[in-house]
Design a protein. Structure first.
Length: 294
């Protein structure tokens, strides 16, 4: 690398996907992003690809989010046609401007190089489901402009099998499945494999998106039914993480403080320790897939 050259980063892109809501998907996405940046010193971009925009509400104050939406745009501006109903300031955006780059918010930086950036969402993203033409290609296209700036890109997906699911997989190297150990989640798990197969049959797969495994979330740890569900999923899944995210009311309380739980007044040291273990296991899983030629 020549003097003054900027390091090109891997931009490993991981979509967190589950067709069922209420499984801790956004909680895991937000905490993985924070942990990669602050614990591992990585440069991370988190993208909220859910019209419910829960990650956006977690990371941004309401006024901050509204000002940014009007001035800089959201992921909806990347995926929807540029002539959608925009405010005056947003109408000044032209087709030549990189809409994804414009929509990025810096959440914070870490001494030594770590960084967390974020692309917020909004309810209007739901229009993508109704008018899907060309949308699956748009995120992947715009990510090319910024992927080299990041070690990881984390996508928090909508809990539906829709055009947004295809959009996420088009842009991703891996799919990670957060799953609550209950019967409803097991029924939904089969749909994830079907969604990946349907995606590959309909579209080109530029990254040969791979299954990164299942992470059990919201685990109570005192139920025979939980154990039975986890055992059943383990028989179906390509990989199940040994590290599990336990149920904690602290996660919902942390949303009000717009921070990861281990920074809040509800901080739990075991949460941070669990996340470190999960990161170590995820990194080992990524290396194993790479060693297998994936």
């Amino acid at each position: 690398m020549g003097k003054g050259a900027v390091k090109e980063r891997a931009g490993t892109t991981i979509s967190l996907l589950n067709m069922k809501g209420g499984v801790g998907k956004t909680t895991l996405a937000v905490h993985l992003a924070y942990a990669l940046a602050w614990i591992r010193g990585q440069r991370v971009l988190l993208i909220d690809l859910d019209p419910q925009f829960n990650a956006s509400q977690w990371l941004m104050e309401a006024d901050e989010w509204d000002i940014h939406r009007k001035r800089k745009g959201t992921i909806a501006d990347v995926l929807l046609e540029p002539d959608r109903a925009l405010l005056t300031v947003r109408n000044r955006m032209t087709k030549s401007q990189p809409r994804l780059k414009k929509a990025i918010v810096n959440v914070g930086s870490v001494p030594g190089g770590g960084l967390l950036d974020f692309v917020p969402s909004e309810l209007d993203l739901s229009r993508a489901i109704k008018a899907p033409a060309e949308i699956p290609y748009k995120l992947e296209k715009d990510l090319k402009e910024v992927r080299g700036d990041y070690d990881y890109v984390i996508i928090d997906c909508a809990p539906t099998d829709s055009i947004l699911t295809d959009t996420a997989m088009m842009a991703s190297d891996f799919v990670l499945v957060p799953m609550r150990p209950d019967r409803f989640s097991i029924l939904g798990y089969a749909h994830i494999g079907e969604a990946m197969s349907n995606f590959r049959s309909k579209y080109p797969d530029p990254h040969a998106v791979k299954d990164l495994g299942v992470v059990f979330t919201m685990v109570m740890g005192n139920s025979q039914l939980e154990q039975e569900c986890m055992q059943e999923v383990s028989q179906q899944a390509s990989y199940v993480y040994c590290t599990q995210i336990g149920y904690s009311k602290s996660f919902s309380k942390a949303v009000k403080e717009h921070a990861p739980v281990f920074w809040t007044s509800h901080a739990r040291s075991r949460v941070k320790a669990t996340l470190i273990k999960l990161l170590e296991e995820m990194e080992a899983r990524l290396l194993a897939i790479k060693a297998q030629g994936g």
